[in-house]
Design a protein around this ligand. Structure first.
Ligand code: SAH
Ligand code: TMP
Ligand code: ZN
Length: 415
């Protein structure tokens, strides 16, 4: 059995997705012969409550100069980060000439808000192509992995920070102890570490198993984050549920005793107990629900295909790699996947090799059914696709259950 990356106790594996490729490993046709695969398996640590992968892919294989995900592709997320930045500015940057650091700043989607407001900032972003996109907008970006060493480097050059921020990145970092050691160096005595990541409570509630893929080493809850912070003399001082990315949680962490924790912390910790997030049995049940979801999705797609319908994927998300590979959905069922990211277009999807095409192809070739892989962006997408639906096009979703969206039902799980 694997050991917990946080507390070294044995973890209890609860679901095996089988052989998986790199979730963002879109391939040129000539690359299919040497595609990399690993065993995607997820487990629960009964001791510190951290849900995590049991086998890790080397981060250098995931984050590099050809990283496929450009954050600013979504206007909804750009607005979300504008609000996130504003909230941080109001609450945590009252000091004179504040300094804000962002871990995993990608193409600058959050930091541009600080940069535009003239706030001193440093982005730490190891994927060179997205880091370059941020620099081109004048955002101060260090192209490195954030860890204890880079934290020291930043502290030497800029001094201590008022706030270290992150979004959809902390769960990507296997050595979280190094991150906390870095925070200890880098944060002012009253400084805060604020990050938001997909929330385990939403994953369990919605059986949104597609959040499980190579880049997501951890699936956080307040229980596991609190336990991690305590090991480093820090505490959880606030938590704010977020609707983005299928349900996320914003965590605020500070040095023990430096801030008074809000009532939300105790409230949501209690809710987690009620929802079983601290108990192994919950995850055994989740595994059964994941298998049932796969069977229902494959059954529905085969039925639609049997009716002569043409099915296309909507959004070549990293999450879709888990769905297509776990369910065995290949080009025989899904003709193509349309995606607005230029770097993904003209490539094949990881593992099952469905062609990824520009959005114009979706609009022109008029499939009957769109399998909504980017379900977390549904509010933005459904608003844009009224013509597709008016012309008889149907959206299929699989979170929180497998179904065809009809015009009368709303889809409230969108970010
Ligand atoms: N924060 C953005 C990007 C999320 S994608 C958003 O929410 O949209 C995750 C990003 O984290 C990638 O750009 C990846 O290159 C970066 N990353 C991965 N490991 C990292 C590490 N150890 N330190 C800093 N950034 C990292
Ligand atoms: P994400 O779920 O990891 O945020 O990735 C979303 C993917 O979906 C990304 O590759 C861009 C793509 N996408 C579209 O193709 N059309 C859209 O309207 C949106 C919002 C995203
Ligand atoms: Zn543990």
């Amino acid at each position: 059995m694997a050991d917990c990356l946080i507390c070294t106790n044995s973890i209890e594996p609860f679901h095996d997705f089988g052989r998986m490729p790199i979730a963002n490993g879109f391939l040129r046709p000539e690359q299919v012969t040497d595609e990399f695969f690993f065993e995607l398996k997820v487990g629960f640590c009964p001791s510190c409550k951290m849900v995590q992968l049991t086998e890790l892919v080397d981060p250098d294989k995931l984050f590099h100069d050809d990283y496929a995900y450009f954050s600013s592709i979504s206007t909804r997320m750009a607005e979300h980060f504008r609000q996130y930045a504003e909230w941080v500015r109001e609450k945590y940057t009252a000091a004179a000439d504040p300094l804000v650091i962002e871990v995993g700043s990608n193409d600058g989607i959050m930091l541009r808000n600080f940069s535009n407001a003239g706030v001193r900032h440093v982005g730490v972003e190891p994927s060179a192509n997205v880091a370059q996109a941020a620099r081109e907008q004048g955002i101060n970006t260090l192209c490195e992995f954030f860890n204890e060493e880079t934290a020291r480097q930043i502290c030497d050059e800029y001094g201590q920070a008022d706030a270290v921020l992150g979004a959809n990145v902390i769960c990507h970092i296997p050595d979280l102890h190094s991150i906390f050691a870095g925070l200890d160096v880098l944060l002012k005595p009253t400084g805060v570490f604020v990050f938001e990541e997909p929330y385990l409570g939403d994953i369990v509630e919605k059986a949104s198993y597609d959040q499980v893929y190579d880049e997501h080493f951890f699936y956080f809850s307040l229980h596991s984050v609190r336990s991690l912070a305590r090991r480093h003399g820090m505490e959880l001082i606030d938590v704010l549920p977020q609707s983005v990315h299928g349900g996320s949680m914003r965590y605020v962490i500070a040095r023990q005793g430096s801030h008074r924790p809000t009532a939300s912390v105790a409230e949501i910790l209690n809710r987690e107990i009620d929802n079983g997030l601290a108990h192994a049995a919950t995850f055994v049940r989740l595994s059964e629900r994941i298998d049932a979801s796969r069977d229902a999705l494959v059954g529905l797609l085969q039925e639609l295909k049997g009716q002569g319908k043409r099915i296309a994927g909507y959004g070549a998300t990293s999450k879709s790699t888990t769905v297509t590979n776990f369910c065995g959905i290949g080009p025989d069922l899904v003709e193509f996947i349309s995606d607005t990211t230029p770097g993904k277009q003209g490539k094949l999807s990881p593992g099952v090799h469905i062609p990824v095409v520009p959005y114009s192809h979706f609009a022109e070739s008029r499939p009957d059914v769109a399998l909504l892989f980017a379900w977390n962006h549904a509010s933005e997408i459904l608003a844009n696709e009224t013509a597709f639906r008016a012309g008889g096009g149907q959206f299929v979703v699989y979170v929180p259950e497998v179904r065809i969206l009809d015009d009368k039902t709303s889809y409230r799980h969108a970010g």
